[in-house]
Structure formats: structure tokens, C-alpha cells
Design a protein around this ligand. Structure first.
Ligand code: ADP
Ligand code: ASP
Ligand code: MG
Length: 411
């Protein structure tokens, strides 16, 4: 007998038929004598619909009320799955975040899990009752409803698994594992049997939305065995997918293991900025004060030592604010033009093996040049290279890089 957490994403609970299918996966585990906690997302498209409603109600709105609204999609699916399980003769009840309680910090829209009440939950599980938990939501210190950020149900699942000392946390989604890149845009992508925490963390933070970044962080810190698998596989059979593990045998380690892309970037360029000490601080200080996270930064070398250009990226959701913050510095800085572009994408090449290999970046630049794809900005770390390019070239760039590093599956 094991204690397991099963998480089902939006497409897996998109309608009642799919919820019945989910119930069959749960039934397989309970029939095997396991204690089961299930974490569910909202039905596919529902969270987007709720976010749009908030924006329509008022462009600038109270983040606490936003959370009250957008968290509600998960209430519906947790209740529906409990009803379906009961109809199948399986003892089950739904749990909303506040009932557990799932305590978080007060950062509405991107809250962090702080503590989870496990006594009652644990008792119920040991009595054989299935706990159907609404993902994505929590409760702040002021008893307001919070949400964990888009894609945050994965984090609920891993946090619950850690708190309940579960033997496994299975993340059921619409693909059967983690691939060398998004299998929806590269058909030759290969499923990876195992991915190390370190690489999964990079993949998730560089745009591979198959797992929420904080879910990977929690799995790493609390040593929770996580598997990514498909809810569309036969519910009668145990799941097969990708295991997220501490480390991978050096023998198995390829130089580059995956390509990720993130559309959520926006570019800001300042032309003709005086080339003088303190300029970078004058640009990035006010952005930091406005809590805007700056990602890539490029500063050109000025030809005559007088004026330079500075380019940087921010999340698309902060683009307008970032432009306004920089514009407000025009008087102090005295730059020429301020340009912005949201039609950009960040494509990244990831692999722990890059640490010990030279020429990995040059391969990417050559391949992109051969396709006439212009690079607007570059950032690198020991285990990744990211380039900012025109959004129109996303698929071409991802496919090209996937092929050039030998990631395509053999036909
Ligand atoms: P869920 O609703 O189940 O949480 P998501 O849409 O959040 O599902 O995540 C699954 C999606 O992640 C897949 O449909 C796939 O398009 C995308 N994806 C991006 N990169 C990868 C990758 N490297 N491996 C697998 N899926 C990926
Ligand atoms: N429903 C939430 C979202 O769409 C959380 C999730 O699906 O993980 O972002
Ligand atoms: Mg998701």
C-alpha cells in the first residue's frame, strides 16, 4: 500500500466525460489499496475566461478580488470529481484551499505555499476516503483567497505530496511525459525517460509549461518523486511517463537535452543613451523599485565613447509599465528614442553537459544564421543559452536547434 498524489490538468478535466476518465485512473489506484489525494485544475479555458472577466470589469483591479474570481474554476472541478467518484461507489470529498488549510504568503496572483494542515486530511486518507483538492488556490495570513500563479496546480500537488509524505506524485497531463522540446511544435521531439531536477528547473523557468517552476523547486527540496504522464493512456494500466529525479548518470548525460521557448517576453530599447557611469543604474534602479523583473540585457559599445544603446526584456504583462517607468527617466537620462516590441520570443538551449563542452553556443548561432534568423539579444549561463528573436520565427528556430543538437528522434 502506498500514499499517492495524482494531479490532473485542465485538458484532463475539460468536460464530464474526461472527469469520468480521471475517476477511472483514481479507481485503479484505490482498488490497488493505495491512499489517494487528487489535485485538480479548472476545466480547460476556464481560468483564461475568468482572467478576461476581471480585465473587462476593470483594467486595473484589486489583486485580492482577482484571486477570489480566478480560483473558482478549481472549486467546480473538485466538486464534480468528488460527485463522479461517489457515483462509482468510491468514498470521496472535495477540499478547497481554505478548508485544508493551504496557507500561503500574501503575494496575490503569485503566492507561495507556506504550510499545509495535514492532520484531518491524513486521517481521512487512512480511513480510505479520497481527498479531491482544488489546485492553484490558498489562504493568506489575512484569510483572503490567494492563487499560486498560472499553472500553479502542479505546485499544489507537489506541496501536498511533500506535506503528506506521499510515496509518489503523478502529474497527469495531455502529453505522456517531458520531451526534448514541446511535442506540439516539433513532431520529432523525443520523450525523456528521466530528467534531473536541475534541468527540469531550467526548462520550466525558460518556458516549458509542462511543469510549474515552483513545483520542481518543491520536488527538489523535499525529495518528492514526481512523474509526468498522460491522463489519456489506458486507465486500467499503471502510468508510464517521465521521472523527475535528483541526478542522471553521467554516462547518460547528453550535452544538450532540450529546447524551450517563452512567448511571454517584451523588448525595450533605449537609443542614444549617454555612455557614462551610473546610466545602467538610472535605467534599472527605477524598474527594480517598480518590482519589474528584467531578464536579458544588452548594451552596445559606443563608437566614439559618447552615446550607446541599451536593450532589455521584461515579462509581457509588465511591458507597458516598464515603458512608462523608463519614459519617466527621460529628463534625468537624456536618451534619444525609446522603442518597444512585444512580438519577440526567447528560445533556449538547455543541458547540464554544456558545462564541460566548448562551442555549444557557436553551433546555435551558426544554425540560426543559416536560417537568416536575426538574434536581438543573448544570455547564457553554465547550463543554458537563450536568444531573443522575432516571434514569427519561433517554430523554425525551435525545430532548427532541436535538429542541430541531434535531439530529433530517429525515424
Ligand atoms: P495541464 O493543463 O495538464 O497542466 P499544460 O498545458 O500546463 O497542461 O502543460 C502541458 C503542455 O506543455 C503540453 O501540452 C505541451 O504542449 C507543453 N510543453 C511545453 N514544453 C514541453 C516539453 N518539453 N515536454 C512536454 N510538454 C511540453
Ligand atoms: N487553472 C490554473 C491555470 O490555468 C492553474 C493550473 O491549471 O495549473 O493557470
Ligand atoms: Mg499546467
Amino acid at each position: 500500500m502506498a500514499r499517492i498524489v495524482m494531479k490532473f490538468g485542465g485538458t484532463s478535466v475539460a468536460d464530464l466525460d474526461r472527469i469520468r476518465n480521471v475517476a477511472r485512473h483514481v479507481q485503479r489506484e484505490t482498488a490497488a489499496g493505495n491512499e489517494v489525494a487528487v489535485v485538480v485544475s479548472a476545466m480547460a479555458g476556464e481560468t483564461n475566461r475568468l482572467v478576461a472577466l476581471c480585465r473587462e470589469a476593470a483594467t486595473i483591479h484589486d489583486a485580492r478580488e482577482y484571486d477570489a474570481v480566478v480560483s473558482s474554476g478549481e472549486n467546480v472541478t473538485s466538486g464534480l470529481l468528488a460527485i463522479v467518484l461517489q457515483a462509482m461507489g468510491i468514498d470521496a470529498r472535495s477540499w478547497q484551499g481554505w478548508q485544508i488549510p493551504m496557507r500561503t504568503d500574501d503575494a496575490h496572483g503569485a503566492a507561495r505555499v507556506e504550510a499545509i494542515g495535514t492532520d484531518v486530511l491524513s486521517d481521512r486518507l487512512s480511513q480510505g476516503q479520497v481527498a479531491v483538492i482544488a489546485g492553484f488556490q490558498g489562504l493568506s495570513s489575512l484569510n483572503r483567497i490567494t492563487t499560486l500563479g498560472r499553472g500553479g496546480s502542479d505546485t499544489t500537488a507537489v506541496a501536498v505530496a511533500a506535506a503528506l509524505h506521499a510515496d509518489r506524485c503523478d502529474i497527469y497531463t495531455d502529453v505522456d511525459g517531458v520531451y526534448t522540446t514541446d511535442p506540439r511544435i516539433v513532431r520529432t521531439a523525443r520523450r525523456l525517460p528521466r530528467v534531473s531536477h536541475e534541468e527540469m528547473l531550467e526548462m520550466a523557468s525558460l518556458g516549458a509549461k509542462v511543469l510549474h517552476v515552483r513545483a520542481v523547486e518543491l520536488a527538489m527540496v523535499h525529495d518528492v518523486p514526481v512523474m509526468v504522464c498522460s491522463s489519456f493512456a489506458d486507465p486500467a494500466r499503471p502510468p508510464v511517463g517521465t521521472l523527475i529525479t535528483a541526478e542522471i548518470d553521467a554516462m547518460e548525460q547528453e550535452t544538450v537535452t532540450s529546447i524551450a521557448y517563452a512567448r511571454d517576453e517584451a523588448q525595450v530599447t533605449l537609443r542614444d543613451v549617454p555612455d557614462a557611469p551610473g546610466v545602467a543604474y538610472a535605467v534599472f534602479g527605477p524598474l527594480a523599485e517598480a518590482s519589474i523583473v528584467v531578464d536579458m540585457i544588452v548594451q552596445n559599445i559606443s563608437e566614439d565613447g559618447s552615446a550607446t544603446d541599451i536593450t532589455f526584456t521584461v515579462p509581457q504583462s509588465d511591458f507597458e509599465r516598464a515603458m512608462a517607468v523608463v519614459e519617466a527617466q527621460r529628463g534625468t537620462l537624456g536618451f534619444g528614442k525609446l522603442l518597444g516590441d512585444t512580438d519577440v520570443v526567447k528560445v533556449s538551449v538547455i543541458g547540464i553537459g554544456m558545462r564541460s563542452h566548448a562551442g555549444v553556443a557557436a553551433t546555435a548561432f551558426k544554425a540560426l544564421a543559416e536560417r537568416a534568423i536575426n538574434i536581438r539579444a543573448i544570455t547564457t549561463s553554465e547550463i543554458k543559452i537563450s536568444v531573443l528573436i522575432d516571434a514569427a520565427y519561433t517554430e523554425l528556430a525551435v525545430r532548427t536547434l532541436h535538429a542541430v543538437y541531434g535531439l530529433d528522434k530517429t525515424p
